[in-house]
Design a protein around this ligand. Sequence first.
Ligand code: ATP
Ligand code: MG
Length: 561
Amino acid sequence: MTTTEKNDFIREIIDEDLKINKFQGRVHTRFPPEPNGYLHIGHAKSIRLNFGISQDYNGKFNLRFDDTNPEKEEQEYVDSIIEDVKWLGGDFEDRLFYASDYFEQMYQWAVDLIKKGKAFVCDLNGDEIRATRGTLTEPGKESPFRNRSIEENLDLFERMRKGEFPNGTKTLRAKIDMASPNINLRDPIMYRVVHEGHHRQRDTWCIYPTYDWAHGLEDSIENITHSICTLEFENHRPLYDWFLENLGVYHPQQIEFARLNITYTVLSKRRLLQLVQEKHVFGWDDPRMPTLAGFRRRGYTADSIKVFCDKIGVSKKDSMIDVAMLEWSIREDLNKNTQRAMAVLNPMKVVLTNYPEGKVEELSAVNNPEDESAGSRMVPFSRELYIDQEDFREVPPQKYYRLSPGTEVRLRYAYIIKCEKVIKDAKGNITELHCTYDPATKSGTATANRKVKSTIHWVSAHAAVNAEVRLYDRLFVKEDPNEVEEGKDFLSNINPNSLQVLTHCKLEPMLNIAAPGDRFQFERTGYFCADVKDSKPGAPVFNRIVTLKDTWAKIEQKEKK
Ligand code: ATP
Ligand code: MG
């Protein structure tokens, strides 16, 4: 019985089915990707929905590769999809299936339909079939080959399979109704001749089933109860039903929901492939890609993606989700769970002229203000430090409360310092700041209660770790990247500043041993993840997962107390 607190129209349908004991009370869903690309966040929505339903109803969930098109499919995609589904917690147990394993059964069912007089071999080519299909307002024209005898059809179909005919010269079509108001029912194609090796079947087949013919059969073979797909298949459902009814085999229920669209993001596999092939990004797992591999490399947690998918829910109406919601999900998760650290991305040297040379103090820093159990760590403090260039202005604008000549700031976990002198090179560029510190203001001591308007982060120069930091921004500048001016394509909406690489960053010492994949909040800066491919202990490389929002204000308030 249902144990779900979630309530959506799909679960309502399932509840009704359970009441009338349709499918003998079983619930069995599947996720059926075509291995022609990496999975993206839209697929995550589908995985969470299908897997979530199987969990909620004590049912089963299959992963099935819909590998019916040899021209675009590759083993690399199969491997990445398995990894991604597992990463998202989609547990298919031992139920990993391939549609191509059902090709023989599908072929036999096609023969059955021919024998029933419900399918025929057609000699029209693709263009001719399209031209005779009719329109929404006009019926189509029957193929001149529609009334071939059953014997002739059986013979030709067998010879199609044997490889006697070149690509595109023959198809097997269902014999339904060329006047149907639903164009999908106008004698749709079931098989095409495609002389192409298949990534699993090799050269066994030279005829391949279409999606419409194959998909329901796959669901039927696997005893799926609810075949959940995206809205564009709504008009295909009558055909899904027609095939199963006319074969007289087990008949799952197809249900459609609206696909996920996100602002500033493209989610078409064809376009994502183009971004990769034309090298607009560095690969399918480029941290700017909306692929699960990209999100993972950037540092997104599987949990945050699950939370996002559950939060957006499912509906019957197409809509556009604000990418800020996805960013909110990851911030929520990381705010609770990541260790804080200090990192200076654009360093500016500070010399504390009244701090003893050679002296090093170890100061206590809180690891996570959201999680007391995370404890604290020691950070070294000395005469020479780095602060961020952004935290100093020689000529401060109004309401700029950070460091400028003659003003004071607090160094987080340390002391209040005052800028006494700006040192410049011959060209007039600032090379360092000479400051003094106030020994009476050490954080955590009784005398530290003197207040200044601003607290900034810093790293001690003598112990600083050199690092590369990659700042990622949205890959597209337009809310809807598919909206383009005439004569241009979506590539014209690419954000030229989507990646900024900083190579002179200075990090606090503990970050030196960050393991690839480790995540941190760099205080006041954002959430960062040690890159799984390029980061090594001793030579860290960090990806920015997401910027911070207003958390600093909170920290600052606490520090002032
Ligand atoms: P194409 O069929 O054009 O290659 P696709 O994105 O539909 O691309 P599939 O591999 O067929 O790719 O998708 C697998 C499953 O994921 C399907 O059930 C599909 O409906 C679902 N899916 C794909 N894109 C989205 C999306 N943006 N939102 C929700 N579900 C999606
Ligand atoms: Mg598809």
